[in-house]
Design a protein around this ligand. Structure first.
Ligand code: NAP
Length: 282
């Protein structure tokens, strides 16, 4: 993968483009179009998941873009419904994703949520095996707390390169981020615009106005100001695609970064998944 525009963040042997296109709730032809336009525009990182029900559309968007498979970073996630984290089911699920995405490999395969019905001593070696067999270049997890990660690392014989978690200016995650930094795991920020809440915040709006940029760009630039993070904002709107991508190049001052950092609250979380939510670290 090569890029003039993109910054890359590295964990293990994974080189991950700092800003990816999130696709949750991108469906049908809109999803095909936004993935295709995004790749043609210069996005080098796409995030999908089996649970989004759009892997086929993401695959079509990739084909339609004409961008070669080795020019961008593709992530998908396996959701733990139907006990899919049992080793033989995990293999079948990964193969189905590749079929739907119409690709021979993904760059990153994530366990979407922790699932205490299947021990990580079984799931993690199976996930590592998927990497060894070439179905994925790298492995990672999502929505794992420190206890889940500590357990997962015991059974991994290849690096866990990412923990994809909710992260934006209104959520703390300080304890988790310190753990991830110490373990050379990147924090991949999902809902990096707090699903739109950043647009109404006075501090963020003032900083945006001062720079002549959008609140979305302020939030993304703040997240990416830390070299241990990547972010995956979602848009289905072609007008938002370029602006979000341009956030890669925006630098905020130390004082502005601190002002945004002061917005974090312990109750700032937006996402919960009743069946799988672990006890979050702050
Ligand atoms: N691992 C997990 O459990 C998990 C959970 C949630 C999300 N994710 C991933 O993270 C991605 C992003 O998170 P998210 O979708 O929850 O929230 P988000 O990216 O924080 O916010 C998306 C919302 O912001 C709007 N938006 C995007 N760019 C904008 C802009 N420049 N100006 C105005 N509005 C803008 C989008 O609307 P438009 O489409 O109209 O632009 C959409 O309504 C998801 O798509 C998914 O890939 C992962």
């Amino acid at each position: 993968m090569s890029s003039k525009k993109y910054n890359i963040r590295t964990a293990g042997k994974a080189n991950i483009p700092v800003l990816g296109l999130g696709t949750w709730q991108s469906t049908g032809q809109d999803c095909v179009d936004v993935v295709s336009q995004g790749l043609k525009m210069g996005y080098e990182h796409i995030d999908t998941a089996q649970a989004y029900g759009n892997e086929k559309e993401v695959g079509k968007g990739i084909k339609e873009s004409g961008v070669a498979r080795d020019k961008f970073f593709l992530t998908t996630k396996i959701f733990p419904d139907d006990l899919k984290f049992q080793p033989e089911k995990l293999m079948a699920a990964a193969k189905r994703s590749l079929e739907d995405l119409d690709t021979d490999y993904v760059d990153l395969l994530l366990l979407h949520w922790p699932d205490d019905r299947v021990p990580l001593s079984e799931t993690i070696p199976a996930l590592c095996e998927l990497q060894k067999q070439g179905l994925t270049r790298h492995i990672g997890v999502s929505n794992f707390n420190i206890a889940n990660l500590t357990e997962a690392e015991k059974y991994a014989d290849v690096p866990i390169v990412v923990n994809q978690v909710e992260f934006h200016p209104f959520i703390k995650q300080h304890t988790l981020q310190t753990f991830l930094n110490n373990h050379h795991i990147l924090l991949e920020a999902y809902s990096p615009l707090a699903r739109g809440d950043v647009f109404d915040n006075e501090i963020i709006k003032n900083i945006a106005e001062k720079h002549g940029i959008t609140p979305a760009q302020v939030s993304l630039a703040w997240i990416l100001s830390d070299k241990d993070r990547v972010a995956i904002p979602k848009t289905s709107n072609p007008d938002h695609l370029q602006g979000n991508l341009d956030a890669i190049d925006i630098q905020l001052s130390a004082d502005e970064l601190e002002q945004i950092g002061s917005l974090a609250r312990s109750d700032g979380r937006k996402i919960e998944h009743p069946d799988y939510t672990p006890e979050w670290d702050d």
